[in-house]
Structures are given as structure tokens and as C-alpha cells.
Design a protein around this ligand. Sequence first.
Ligand SMILES: Nc1ncnc2c1ncn2[C@@H]1O[C@H](COP(=O)(O)OP(=O)(O)OP(=O)(O)O)[C@@H](O)[C@H]1O
Length: 322
Amino acid sequence: MSRDPNYPYDREALRATLRTIEQTPGVAKPDPILTVHDVERRFGGMTAVSVDHLEVQRGAITALIGPNGAGKTTFFNLITGFDQPSNAQKLFGGGDARWSFNGRDLRRTSASHAARAGMVRTFQLTKALSRMTVLENMLIGAANQPGENLFVGLIKPLWAARERENIERAEELLSRFKLDAKKNDMAGDLSGGQKKLLEMARALMSDPAMVMLDEPMAGVNPALTQSLLDHIQALRDEGTTVLFVEHDMHMVRHISDWVVVMAQGEIIAEGLPEDVMHSAAVVDAYLGAHHDKDLGDDDALTTGVVRAIATEAAAEAGEETR
Ligand SMILES: Nc1ncnc2c1ncn2[C@@H]1O[C@H](COP(=O)(O)OP(=O)(O)OP(=O)(O)O)[C@@H](O)[C@H]1O
């Protein structure tokens, strides 16, 4: 990735700046890469997302946390063009929903436009195409597919050169994620953790300015956990802003610079990880879904407790869908 003179490569300096910001929902950031305003999504009579205002700081690793059903994935879907707000602005009329990324207005955008603007996401359930090889999966993530441009597609030396570039980039990323030995294997034969790595590697094929990771740790075995954390931090250090949804509070505490908390569709808190995870509003939001739990007053949101809640809730959700 080319070096962006405006990117806050010095993480300590960035954290020092974040420490000066008021820890309140919707607070303005010094240099937001993503700004979201008045985005709502209703399913029938239920409001899944109702975000008044949110700014994501460029260069930070921001965690989006919240109990099951809080609206985190729906919010990701809206921002990345995989779903449309219920109050979407239409060409003529419509609602007030608007958001911009890296200075570009994205409110009437498709998923491919959002990706082209530099915002690329992964999914909670990996979307590796199991009947394609690992390398072929990577090539799907390339921004400059030879076939996308008719002119390039018609002139063999041009598309052949692009294809070579894409393969080189894919191989470089696969080796970084230690998947190079698997490049000709079917993606369906990878372990759950390796599929997560493949999905992250594929997201990087287009050199995005921001990656949005939906539960990167889910299903990853402990042996790969540290390597995933290292990859995410390395991405940030090299110039990619990271926004991730995660239930694993150890990960949230360990790598995030800023934490945003959602409950019942709204942003109810945001701030530094060490502060926000203990705030009364956050403890209430988690306990709200678990009235029957006696978690004590002092450190209700310690890693172990939250992990236990998340695991239990995930198991319950699994049972419901069975
Ligand atoms: N397509 C849909 N149709 C109807 N309801 C939906 C749909 N997608 C999401 N919902 C509902 O919207 C709410 C928010 O769901 P969402 O998946 O965004 O929450 P989440 O915070 O990502 O939860 P989790 O942490 O469990 O993944 C939930 O009540 C969910 O059931």
C-alpha cells in the first residue's frame, strides 16, 4: 500500500488524541473516515437500527459491540450497500439517511460502489466459495478484474498483464496469511479459522482504506487467534482503518483503540475500551437480555462474564434456528 501522508501511522499519538475526546454517543472525531447520519432500518414493526450519528476515526481500530440482536450486522449491511435504510434518500424525496466515506457520499450506493470507494467487509459466516480454489477466491476480491472493462477485456496483453498483477498480489497476501501452501486447494477444504483468514486476505485484494470485519474471531481455534490479532494490528499500522464487530471481549480490549456500543439498534455508548466496557449503560445493555443472571455489581463486564454471556446466547440462537 502506498504511504498516505495524512494517515496517523503513530498509534500512540492517535490514542493520545482519542483520550482527549468526550466519551459520548455520536461524538465528533478529529479525522473521521466514515460519518453516518440518521440511518434507520425497520423489519415490519421492529426497529433493528436507529443510528442518529456516528463517526469512525481514520487509522483507529474501532470495535462495535453489543448484545445479540443489537443491530450490529444490520448496520454493517446498510453502510456497505448490502441493505438499504428504511429512511433511504431517493432520487426524489425519501428519508434523511446519509453517510459518507473518505469524503464520498455513499447514501445511494451499491455494495460494489462501496467496495470501490475503499470500504470492504467480511461476513460473520464466511463466504468463501467452497468449489473454487483458494487462489480463485482471492482473485474475486481484486478491484481491477480484467473482464470489468470492455476495452481491457478485448486486448489480450492488457488483461493478461492485469491478471498477472492480481495473481502476484494474491500470492503475496496468501503467503502473509500463511495460506500459500493451500492456494490450489478447494476453499471448502479449509478449516473454519483458515476460511476466516482467507476472507480477510480476499478483502485486502483491493487495497481498501477501511476493512469491516464481522466477528473475525468466531469459529477460529485458539492456535490461530493470536495470528489473527497480529494481522489486524499490522493492517492498521500499515495504513488500513479497521472497524470490527466482536463478542470476544478479550479481543476487543486487547486491540481496539475505540469502542462503540449498540443496543436495540441505537448507539448507547462509545469511548476508550478501558472505560466504556465498564460504563453503567453498557452493563445494563448486556444484562438487559439476561435478567436472570446475577453478575454482581463491581466488574460485571469482565472478559470471562461477557464471553460466557456471548457463548450462551450464541448457543441459544443456534438452538432456535435448528
Ligand atoms: N432480514 C431480516 N428480517 C427480519 N429481521 C431481521 C433481519 N435481519 C435482522 N433482523 C433482526 O434485526 C435485529 C438486529 O439483528 P442483527 O443481526 O443486526 O444483530 P447483531 O447485533 O448483529 O446480533 P448478533 O451479535 O447476534 O450477530 C434482530 O432482532 C434480528 O432478528
